[in-house]
Ligand binder design. Structure first.
Ligand code: FAD
Length: 363
């Protein structure tokens, strides 16, 4: 049993990945405390709604590039060697239309749709699709093999890795981040030596944090039983500057995710039926194979969904500070990149925990 008591607040992909990495260090005794857990579907819990895939949107030369870069090897390993994690390889095609350049979606995807992005050397098979092979309306496109994560399998898998390494998991709702350090929250009953704040969008409201630079970017999806031969994303749509078009088929029977939108500042939790129709039409248009030429009537819908991406101006916050005398390490605000940056961000957060605790992690 470790001698440093740590409470990780949050059981989304940020909290669980950070707890998983921390739990490998025998000096740390970990309690994961959260309002929502894998298995829940709630508008305050972004992680289950994600596609999710690894399609880097980070800008070259930023910390976000490093976090994305550091996340690829663990996901590659999971897809190659650990089928039980629910991650599989998929061919990926990214389409750019020059006319989208000023839209919200194109700004979000600016690096993703570039013909020569930083990640061109990350994937062995990255290549530009020749102009002669491009669909009508597409100006340039790239393809490579990436991964798609079935979040319904992956989040419980992450949790089970934490449990295997001795972490204790419990439900709790905190009004103030320092409340997580109070006696009785950590399973030892003693006050926590350090709190890790992985509260996502709620960091904008949580006492002691109240980070007003964290806002929602609403994403609406349709989950269908149909399969797609590859993952697709486009730089924009003709239906509005904050609408998007992407497709990915999840591993192990998880269905196919049709997206979407990127509606900044929109907190609406319910699916918009008109948007759902537009999403389905756009997806079938770029991938007719979804329904074998039968149009959207050929889609077999499992459910409609809405999630709020925790976007933070200036990017994900990975910092440490003392709040009410308690060491607190923040890891929140990953926006639309919470999975594809998860290991990189969590490694950076673990480094800060090690510094604060004066402990060297053995991984
Ligand atoms: P969350 O998953 O929201 O978890 C927050 C946790 O904190 C929860 O357990 C919650 O209960 C807990 N919590 C909050 N406040 C408190 C409190 N006061 N007390 C106790 N507990 C609290 N990312 C990708 O990388 N690839 C994708 O393809 C992708 N697709 C997406 C598609 C959609 C439609 C959406 C909505 C998101 C997508 N994302 C994708 C983004 C990704 O889902 C998020 O970046 C990620 O889930 C954020 O995880 P998180 O752990 O920070 O937050």
């Amino acid at each position: 049993m470790g001698d440093k008591n740590i409470v990780v607040v949050g059981a989304g992909v940020a909290g669980l990945t950070t707890a998983f990495l921390l739990s490998k260090n025998p000096r740390y005794s970990i309690t994961i405390a959260a309002k929502h857990m894998p298995g829940d579907y709630d508008i305050e819990y972004a992680s289950p709604w994600a596609g999710a895939n690894y399609m880097p949107v980070s800008a070259k030369g930023t910390p976000a590039e490093e976090w994305d870069r550091n996340t690829w090897p663990p996901f590659f390993d999971l897809a190659k060697n650990h089928p039980e994690a629910g991650v599989h390889f998929q061919r990926t095609e990214i389409y750019n239309r020059k006319k989208d350049v000023s839209s919200a979606t194109a700004a979000w995807f600016a690096d993703l749709v570039s013909p020569n992005p930083w990640f061109s050397t990350l994937f062995d098979d990255f290549r530009e699709i020749p102009k002669t092979e491009l669909k009508e309306g597409i100006d340039n496109a790239t393809c490579f093999t990436s991964v798609c994560i079935n979040t319904a399998i992956y989040l419980p898998w992450l949790l089970s890795q934490c449990l295997k390494n001795g972490a204790i998991v419990k439900r709790a709702v905190f009004k103030h981040i320092a409340d997580a350090a109070a006696p009785g929250v950590h399973h030892s009953g003693r006050p926590a030596d350090l709190v890790v704040n992985c509260t996502g969008l709620s960091a904008s409201k949580l006492g002691g944090v109240e980070d007003k630079s964290v806002v929602p970017a609403r994403g609406q999806i349709v989950v269908v039983r149909n399969s797609a031969p590859a993952m697709y994303a486009t730089s924009g749509t003709d239906d509005g500057p904050d609408e998007a078009c992407y497709i990915m088929t999840r591993a192990a029977g998880g269905g196919t995710i049709l997206g979407g939108c990127y509606q900044k500042g929109n907190w609406e939790s319910q699916p918009d039926p008109s948007l759902a129709i537009r999403i389905m039409k756009r997806c079938v248009a770029i991938c007719p194979e979804l329904t074998g030429g039968k149009g959207i009537e050929g889609l077999d819908i499992i459910r409609h969904g809405v999630g709020l991406r925790p976007v933070r101006e200036g990017g994900t916050r990975i910092e440490k500070e003392k709040i009410n005398g308690v060491w607190t390490v923040h890891n929140y605000g990953a926006g639309g990149a919470g999975y594809q940056s998860s290991y990189g961000c969590s490694q950076a957060a673990v480094k800060l925990v090690d510094e604060a605790m004066g402990a060297k992690a053995k991984m």
